[in-house]
Design a protein around this ligand. Structure first.
Ligand code: SF4
Length: 134
């Protein structure tokens, strides 16, 4: 079994942990004893929050919903282009303040900063909030 040192992705505390990997599957977790945040401890999300990685319902590529209600698998480039076109249509029709963005505690500070820039400068909307307030 291999142990892979990584950062917990569940909140902004950034605890370090080891993923126990067997046959390319995560089978367990243990905290890093030397990390200044985790100090050998993890909360329940850090200990038990890895089941989604190999869950059968996990989305593995972008999907676009068709008019008949079915989903079509698309590339990331097609999905991003589709979303960008739809956001432009909404902004042009209803104004920039019609767009709102919810950031995530699971993103890094840098990712949340970039999301803020995207919302305020590219979309022109002041409407950005954080999932911790939901
Ligand atoms: S183990 Fe808990 S406190 Fe530490 S980063 Fe993960 S979710 Fe946050």
């Amino acid at each position: 079994m291999k142990k892979v040192l990584t950062t917990c992705s569940y909140c902004g505390c950034g605890c370090n942990l080891y993923l126990h990997v067997d046959n390319n599957e995560i089978v367990g977790v243990s905290p890093s004893g030397s990390h200044p945040v985790s100090q050998g401890k993890l909360c329940v999300k850090g200990w038990r929050g890895f089941a989604f990685v190999n869950h059968e319902d996990r989305l593995k590529q972008p999907l676009i919903k068709q008019e008949d209600g079915n989903f079509r698998e698309v590339t990331w480039a097609e999905a991003i282009s589709y979303v960008a076109d739809k956001l432009k249509q909404i902004r042009n029709r209803y104004g920039p303040e019609s767009i709102g963005v919810l950031a995530s505690a699971r993103c890094t500070n840098e990712e949340n900063y970039l999301l803020c820039k995207l919302t305020r400068t590219a979309f022109g909307s002041p409407n950005i909030d954080h999932c911790a307030r939901l």
